[in-house]
Unconditional design. Structure first.
Length: 163
């Protein structure tokens, strides 16, 4: 969210995308994100999230996409990669707490909202303190931290059933 919150300034000011194309690109991002749901594997959420995190880190680390075509390609790739995150996280939460799926789902929604808020805040601080390309770079750093947290899990629930 540190990067997505500032997608318009990055597309227009950094990549040179014309203002009237931004809404079409955001629609494309949404379509790509929906498509990214399908290859996501909730039963192997840990691995999927590591792949999503690595993909997003590489895409976001580009920071200054050179030109409108590169900016468009990176935005659509980011949508495709990001699409698998929510499906995998929801599956992981439900499989981690099969006896209380409603509570697990509620916790996930609360965490998603917290992450959106914190990401937008950190992205805003990066943009205000540095410049628009700092938003995707701060997003890449946050994705790497998330990947480290996911990578630090054992991949097993307490009852020995693989996640």
């Amino acid at each position: 969210m540190a990067a997505y919150t500032f997608v318009r300034p990055v597309l227009q000011d950094v990549s040179g995308v014309a203002a009237h194309h931004v809404c079409r690109l955001l629609l494309g991002y949404g379509v790509a994100a929906v498509a990214g749901n399908f290859p996501a594997r909730p039963r192997d959420a840990r691995r999927t999230l590591l792949v999503v995190s690595a993909s997003l880190a590489v895409i976001l680390a580009r920071g200054r996409p050179p030109g409108a075509v590169a900016g468009t390609v990176l935005l659509l790739a980011r949508g495709l990669a990001h699409g698998g995150a929510s499906v995998s996280l929801q599956g992981w939460m439900i499989m981690s707490a099969p006896a209380c799926t409603e509570a697990a789902s509620s916790l996930m929604v609360a965490m998603f909202n917290l992450v959106i808020t914190a990401g937008a805040l950190l992205g805003g601080l990066a943009v205000d303190g540095i410049s628009a390309p700092a938003a995707p770079l701060s997003g890449a750093a946050l994705v790497l931290l998330a990947a480290a947290a996911v990578g630090g899990t054992s991949g097993r629930r307490r009852d020995g059933i693989p996640n």
